[in-house]
Write a protein that binds this ligand. Sequence first.
Ligand SMILES: C[S@@+](CC[C@H](N)C(=O)[O-])C[C@H]1O[C@@H](n2cnc3c(N)ncnc32)[C@H](O)[C@@H]1O
Length: 203
Amino acid sequence: MVFSLAAINAAPQDGASTGAVAARFDKIYAAPSKLFSAAPNAFLVRAVRDLKPGQALDVAMGQGRNALFLAKAGWDVTGYDVSETGLAAARASAAKEGLRLNALRSSHQEFDFGRERWDLIVMTYTLADMEDAAFLRRVRDSLRPGGFVVVEQMNAGGTGKGPANALFRSFQDLRVVQYEDMVDTAEWGLQKMRIGRLVAQKD
Ligand SMILES: C[S@@+](CC[C@H](N)C(=O)[O-])C[C@H]1O[C@@H](n2cnc3c(N)ncnc32)[C@H](O)[C@@H]1O
Protein backbone atom coordinates (compact mmCIF):
# COMPACT_ATOMS: atom_id res chain seq x y z
CA MET A 1 0.00 0.00 0.00
CA VAL A 2 1.30 3.49 -0.83
CA PHE A 3 0.77 6.38 1.54
CA SER A 4 1.45 9.92 0.45
CA LEU A 5 3.10 12.62 2.45
CA ALA A 6 -0.14 14.59 2.17
CA ALA A 7 -1.95 11.73 3.92
CA ILE A 8 0.55 11.82 6.78
CA ASN A 9 0.24 15.57 7.07
CA ALA A 10 -3.52 15.66 6.86
CA ALA A 11 -3.84 15.40 10.67
CA PRO A 12 -4.92 17.20 12.70
CA GLN A 13 -5.28 20.43 10.75
CA ASP A 14 -8.10 19.05 8.61
CA GLY A 15 -10.27 18.50 11.65
CA ALA A 16 -10.02 14.71 11.38
CA SER A 17 -11.13 12.97 14.57
CA THR A 18 -8.49 11.32 16.73
CA GLY A 19 -10.02 7.94 15.78
CA ALA A 20 -9.59 8.68 12.07
CA VAL A 21 -5.99 9.76 12.63
CA ALA A 22 -5.30 6.59 14.62
CA ALA A 23 -6.81 4.46 11.85
CA ARG A 24 -4.64 6.21 9.25
CA PHE A 25 -1.46 5.58 11.22
CA ASP A 26 -2.48 2.03 12.13
CA LYS A 27 -2.53 1.32 8.38
CA ILE A 28 0.80 3.05 7.83
CA TYR A 29 2.46 1.04 10.61
CA ALA A 30 0.85 -2.25 9.52
CA ALA A 31 2.50 -2.13 6.09
CA PRO A 32 6.22 -2.25 5.38
CA SER A 33 7.00 1.33 4.45
CA LYS A 34 9.74 3.31 2.85
CA LEU A 35 7.96 6.50 3.82
CA PHE A 36 9.85 7.20 7.01
CA SER A 37 13.12 6.52 8.77
CA ALA A 38 13.25 3.71 11.32
CA ALA A 39 16.47 5.07 12.81
CA PRO A 40 16.37 7.39 15.82
CA ASN A 41 16.02 11.06 14.95
CA ALA A 42 19.51 12.33 14.12
CA PHE A 43 18.95 15.76 15.73
CA LEU A 44 17.79 14.09 18.97
CA VAL A 45 20.81 11.79 19.00
CA ARG A 46 23.11 14.85 18.89
CA ALA A 47 21.02 16.84 21.37
CA VAL A 48 21.15 14.24 24.16
CA ARG A 49 24.76 13.13 23.61
CA ASP A 50 26.05 14.87 26.74
CA LEU A 51 22.92 14.71 28.90
CA LYS A 52 22.65 12.58 32.02
CA PRO A 53 19.76 10.12 31.48
CA GLY A 54 16.62 10.73 33.54
CA GLN A 55 12.87 10.66 32.91
CA ALA A 56 12.01 11.07 29.21
CA LEU A 57 8.69 11.49 27.43
CA ASP A 58 8.31 10.69 23.72
CA VAL A 59 5.27 12.58 22.37
CA ALA A 60 3.46 10.70 19.54
CA MET A 61 6.09 7.97 19.73
CA GLY A 62 4.88 6.00 16.68
CA GLN A 63 6.80 2.73 16.52
CA GLY A 64 9.20 4.03 19.14
CA ARG A 65 12.36 4.70 17.15
CA ASN A 66 13.35 7.50 19.56
CA ALA A 67 11.97 5.91 22.73
CA LEU A 68 13.94 2.71 22.12
CA PHE A 69 17.13 4.67 21.42
CA LEU A 70 16.70 6.60 24.68
CA ALA A 71 15.88 3.47 26.72
CA LYS A 72 19.04 1.86 25.37
CA ALA A 73 21.00 4.93 26.45
CA GLY A 74 19.72 4.55 30.04
CA TRP A 75 16.70 6.88 30.05
CA ASP A 76 13.51 5.87 31.84
CA VAL A 77 11.10 6.33 28.92
CA THR A 78 7.38 6.88 28.64
CA GLY A 79 5.73 7.50 25.28
CA TYR A 80 2.22 7.98 24.02
CA ASP A 81 0.46 7.75 20.67
CA VAL A 82 -3.04 7.23 19.31
CA SER A 83 -1.95 4.36 17.06
CA GLU A 84 -2.28 0.98 18.81
CA THR A 85 -0.38 -0.62 15.91
CA GLY A 86 2.53 1.75 16.41
CA LEU A 87 2.51 1.16 20.17
CA ALA A 88 2.39 -2.62 19.71
CA ALA A 89 5.46 -2.45 17.47
CA ALA A 90 7.29 -0.32 20.04
CA ARG A 91 6.42 -2.70 22.89
CA ALA A 92 7.48 -5.73 20.83
CA SER A 93 10.85 -4.14 19.96
CA ALA A 94 11.42 -3.22 23.61
CA ALA A 95 10.61 -6.77 24.75
CA LYS A 96 12.93 -8.24 22.07
CA GLU A 97 15.78 -6.02 23.21
CA GLY A 98 15.09 -6.42 26.92
CA LEU A 99 14.35 -2.71 27.37
CA ARG A 100 11.87 -1.12 29.76
CA LEU A 101 9.37 1.09 27.97
CA ASN A 102 6.10 2.59 29.13
CA ALA A 103 4.06 2.90 25.89
CA LEU A 104 0.60 4.38 26.45
CA ARG A 105 -2.42 4.88 24.22
CA SER A 106 -3.28 8.54 24.55
CA SER A 107 -3.61 11.71 22.52
CA HIS A 108 -2.15 15.22 22.62
CA GLN A 109 -5.52 16.37 23.88
CA GLU A 110 -5.83 13.79 26.70
CA PHE A 111 -2.36 12.88 27.89
CA ASP A 112 -1.63 13.87 31.47
CA PHE A 113 1.82 15.46 31.16
CA GLY A 114 2.00 16.10 34.92
CA ARG A 115 4.05 18.86 36.54
CA GLU A 116 7.86 19.05 36.70
CA ARG A 117 8.00 15.40 35.75
CA TRP A 118 10.29 15.09 32.72
CA ASP A 119 13.99 15.77 32.18
CA LEU A 120 13.48 15.43 28.43
CA ILE A 121 10.48 15.75 26.14
CA VAL A 122 10.91 14.55 22.57
CA MET A 123 8.61 15.85 19.85
CA THR A 124 9.56 14.64 16.38
CA TYR A 125 6.98 14.93 13.59
CA THR A 126 4.21 14.83 16.20
CA LEU A 127 1.48 16.59 14.18
CA ALA A 128 0.63 18.42 17.41
CA ASP A 129 -0.66 21.96 17.02
CA MET A 130 2.37 24.04 17.95
CA GLU A 131 0.21 27.16 18.11
CA ASP A 132 -2.08 25.70 20.75
CA ALA A 133 -1.13 27.78 23.80
CA ALA A 134 -2.85 25.44 26.26
CA PHE A 135 -1.03 22.38 24.87
CA LEU A 136 2.31 24.20 24.94
CA ARG A 137 1.71 25.26 28.55
CA ARG A 138 1.08 21.63 29.53
CA VAL A 139 4.37 20.66 27.84
CA ARG A 140 6.32 23.47 29.56
CA ASP A 141 4.78 22.88 33.00
CA SER A 142 5.66 19.19 32.84
CA LEU A 143 9.39 19.82 32.37
CA ARG A 144 11.59 19.68 35.43
CA PRO A 145 13.80 22.73 36.04
CA GLY A 146 16.83 22.19 33.80
CA GLY A 147 14.84 19.81 31.57
CA PHE A 148 14.96 19.95 27.78
CA VAL A 149 12.48 19.76 24.95
CA VAL A 150 13.73 18.57 21.54
CA VAL A 151 11.58 19.21 18.47
CA GLU A 152 11.89 18.38 14.79
CA GLN A 153 8.98 19.03 12.44
CA MET A 154 7.93 19.97 8.95
CA ASN A 155 7.42 23.72 9.03
CA ALA A 156 3.99 24.57 7.64
CA GLY A 157 3.67 21.03 6.29
CA GLY A 158 7.13 21.31 4.72
CA THR A 159 6.34 24.45 2.70
CA GLY A 160 7.81 26.85 5.27
CA LYS A 161 5.11 29.33 4.19
CA GLY A 162 3.70 29.83 7.68
CA PRO A 163 4.60 32.76 9.94
CA ALA A 164 8.36 33.33 10.30
CA ASN A 165 10.00 31.73 13.35
CA ALA A 166 6.73 30.16 14.49
CA LEU A 167 8.42 27.18 16.13
CA PHE A 168 10.86 29.46 17.95
CA ARG A 169 7.97 31.55 19.27
CA SER A 170 6.11 28.45 20.43
CA PHE A 171 8.92 27.78 22.92
CA GLN A 172 10.14 31.31 23.64
CA ASP A 173 9.15 31.05 27.31
CA LEU A 174 11.97 28.50 27.63
CA ARG A 175 15.66 29.15 26.97
CA VAL A 176 16.04 28.26 23.28
CA VAL A 177 19.54 26.82 22.97
CA GLN A 178 19.31 25.62 19.36
CA TYR A 179 16.97 26.63 16.57
CA GLU A 180 17.07 26.12 12.83
CA ASP A 181 14.65 26.51 9.95
CA MET A 182 16.11 25.05 6.80
CA VAL A 183 15.56 22.88 3.76
CA ASP A 184 16.61 19.34 4.59
CA THR A 185 15.46 15.76 4.10
CA ALA A 186 12.50 15.07 6.39
CA GLU A 187 12.68 11.78 8.29
CA TRP A 188 8.98 11.38 7.54
CA GLY A 189 8.37 11.63 3.78
CA LEU A 190 12.09 11.35 3.04
CA GLN A 191 11.94 14.38 0.75
CA LYS A 192 13.61 17.77 0.89
CA MET A 193 11.39 20.29 2.60
CA ARG A 194 11.39 23.07 5.20
CA ILE A 195 12.30 21.55 8.53
CA GLY A 196 12.22 23.22 11.93
CA ARG A 197 14.48 22.00 14.72
CA LEU A 198 14.66 23.28 18.27
CA VAL A 199 16.22 22.47 21.62
CA ALA A 200 14.96 24.48 24.58
CA GLN A 201 15.67 24.27 28.30
CA LYS A 202 13.59 25.21 31.33
CA ASP A 203 15.43 27.43 33.79
C1 LIG B 1 4.57 11.40 11.46
S1 LIG B 1 4.34 10.24 12.78
C2 LIG B 1 5.78 10.51 13.81
C3 LIG B 1 6.05 9.39 14.76
C4 LIG B 1 7.32 9.55 15.61
N1 LIG B 1 7.25 10.69 16.49
C5 LIG B 1 8.53 9.61 14.73
O1 LIG B 1 9.18 10.66 14.66
O2 LIG B 1 8.85 8.59 14.09
C6 LIG B 1 3.06 11.06 13.68
C7 LIG B 1 2.55 10.26 14.86
O3 LIG B 1 1.63 11.09 15.57
C8 LIG B 1 0.58 10.29 16.03
N2 LIG B 1 -0.54 11.20 16.27
C9 LIG B 1 -1.24 11.93 15.36
N3 LIG B 1 -2.16 12.67 15.96
C10 LIG B 1 -2.06 12.41 17.29
C11 LIG B 1 -2.74 12.89 18.45
N4 LIG B 1 -3.73 13.77 18.36
N5 LIG B 1 -2.35 12.43 19.66
C12 LIG B 1 -1.34 11.53 19.77
N6 LIG B 1 -0.66 11.04 18.70
C13 LIG B 1 -1.01 11.48 17.49
C14 LIG B 1 0.37 9.28 14.93
O4 LIG B 1 -0.33 8.14 15.35
C15 LIG B 1 1.80 9.00 14.49
O5 LIG B 1 2.34 7.91 15.20
